[in-house]
Design a protein around this ligand. Structure first.
Ligand code: IMP
Length: 498
């Protein structure tokens, strides 16, 4: 079945059609053995993917999921569109070593965007300043590093190999940052700079804010460590394409978080569509033969702030999940007995979170949970195409009913958007990527009976419970998508190719 799906495919892209955390790592892991190169093209260590094989449960951030197959000669590439933090990358490599995994064929783009301490500081200061308007970023410096690239102030991985150039560019970059930071609260700066992601104070200087020499020495040192892996990956990938090699592109985040197609301002700062992925991997989007858009089913999650029309428990859930004091332990102590069959939306959201283990890989934050949303899937399909993988189907095995959002009713003030005038009561079938609209969308639901049986051991599509198959075909018909993969558990074996 998998061979059939990949027949004639030289380049495939695995992307997420929702707000991330849909299980891309698992699908990449499933496909990787059929490809020669596995390439990351955007995002950075804001992403987190868990690769589970046998007794290994590996949490990765920037290292491509295909690293599991390094020993078999697969080439794993960190492409030019990636935001690269060498300090956290070094930690990932140490994790691989501890798990007994090799990374001999790893390649890092010399043009990947270099994350520096000032990016983390600015990310965190901006969020702290926003108060209620917080985006809820991961605090990994992603916005500021891509911002510097666009502002023509950025450094790249290549600069870690040339001390003099590194120092010159760093000075220029810091001079610009200091114009603003000098007027900021030194106590807040100090607190942020003490964070372990920022070297626990190593890069802080009380008078000059940044300890230049600590930054230079750390980055030069890491540059030398990574030197054997740093290369022109755009060229490498293009050559591989020309030589007929099979290339698998591994996306990060999700379409709804894309800086180009997502819902501003609650987005990340790279293009998480297959187009952004292809570009950051060194390819044209026309080079991609197969795009697999992943959607969690039949529920959804979102991390951080921003409208989420189908959220279980609405605003209550949003503020609960975005409260930094709420952790898995606190939640389980306060809500030990929530059920998927309950009627309280907020508690149902918690029950879904428990069932789906919906806590951030990167931040440990509880993910906001909601019902499956067709208007958003229709929108994602317009960009990422019709091939869809549905993951985590087993999570709602015990739910008594499944609600699917079929359309929205617009409930906001008159609003002009893209040549259309929206008025209170209008029906929206395909989501409009504008928060002014999404925050005033009331979901309309269709309720299906739950299948109430264990799907996690099913290996054939035809053996899935009938009520579940009916929901899948409803979604295919209503969103115009083709479901090609369904996943019923975290293991590679718990995957059905349709
Ligand atoms: P940033 O990418 O850290 O700037 O965060 C911007 C927004 O994207 C926030 O709402 C984050 O929660 C969200 N985000 C970033 N990376 C991921 C991810 O891998 N999964 C889910 N949400 C993410």
């Amino acid at each position: 079945m998998l061979e059939e799906m990949l027949d004639g495919v030289q380049v495939a892209a695995v992307v997420c059609n929702q707000w991330g955390d849909t299980g891309k790592g698992k699908v990449v892991d499933l496909l990787a053995k059929h490809f020669d190169l596995i390439v990351r093209g955007q995002g950075g260590n804001n992403a987190g993917h868990t690769v589970i094989t046998g007794d290994r449960d590996l949490k990765l951030h920037v290292v491509p999921s295909g690293i599991i197959f390094d020993k078999e000669g697969k080439i794993n590439v960190v492409g030019s569109g990636v935001a690269f933090n060498p300090i956290s990358f070094q930690e990932e490599l140490e994790k691989l070593e501890a798990a007994g995994l090799s990374y001999d064929n790893l390649k890092i783009s010399h043009q990947a965007k270099l994350i520096l301490p000032q990016h983390l500081l600015l990310d965190r200061i901006r969020e702290a300043r926003k108060g209620k308007g917080k985006i809820g970023t991961t605090g990994r410096g992603i916005g500021p590093v891509y911002g510097d690239h666009t502002l023509r102030l950025g450094l790249t991985v290549n600069d870690m190999l040339n001390r003099e150039v590194f120092v010159r560019k760093l000075e220029k970059n810091l001079a610009e940052k200091l114009l603003v930071l000098r007027h900021d609260d030194p106590q807040l700066i100090k607190e942020i700079m003490q964070h372990d992601h920022l070297g626990s104070g190593k890069f802080h200087d009380v008078d000059r804010i940044f300890n230049m020499s600590a930054i230079v020495e750390t980055y030069m040192d890491l540059g030398q460590k990574f030197k054997p892996y740093i290369t022109d990956t755009d060229k490498l990938v293009k050559q591989a394409l020309g030589a007929g090699k099979r290339i698998l592109l591994e996306g990060a985040q999700g379409l709804l978080l894309s800086v180009d197609y997502g819902l501003h301002p609650f987005v990340t700062s790279s293009d998480a569509s297959y187009r952004g992925l292809a570009k950051g991997a060194g390819l044209r989007d026309g080079d991609v033969d197969l795009v697999i858009g992943i959607a969690k089913a039949f529920y959804m999650t979102r991390v951080g702030a921003g409208p989420f029309p189908t959220e279980f428990g609405g605003d209550h859930s949003a503020s609960w999940c975005n409260n930094p004091n709420v952790t898995f332990n606190i939640e389980t102590q306060l809500y030990p007995n929530v059920s998927l069959e309950g009627h309280d939306g907020f508690e149902k959201g918690i029950a879904v979170r428990y069932a789906g283990k919906e806590y951030g890989t990167t931040t440990g934050r509880p993910r906001r949970c909601g019902r499956f949303d067709l208007p958003l899937l229709r929108y994602a399909k317009e960009i990422n195409g019709e091939v869809v993988a549905l993951t985590k189907l087993d999570v709602l095995d015990q739910a008594d009913e499944i609600q699917i959002c079929t359309n929205y009713k617009y409930t906001g003030p008159e609003y002009h958007v893209g040549g259309r005038v929206l008025r209170n009561g209008d029906l929206i079938t395909t989501a409009i990527a504008d928060n002014e609209v999404l925050q005033h969308c009331q979901p309309l639901y269709k309720t299906f009976p739950g299948w109430k049986s264990n799907t996690s051991k099913i290996t054939e599509f035809s053996s899935l419970p009938l009520p579940l198959k009916e929901i899948i075909s409803y979604v295919e018909k209503e969103a115009g998508v083709k479901v090609k993969i369904v996943s019923v558990g975290p293991d590679r074996e718990q995957t059905i190719v349709v």
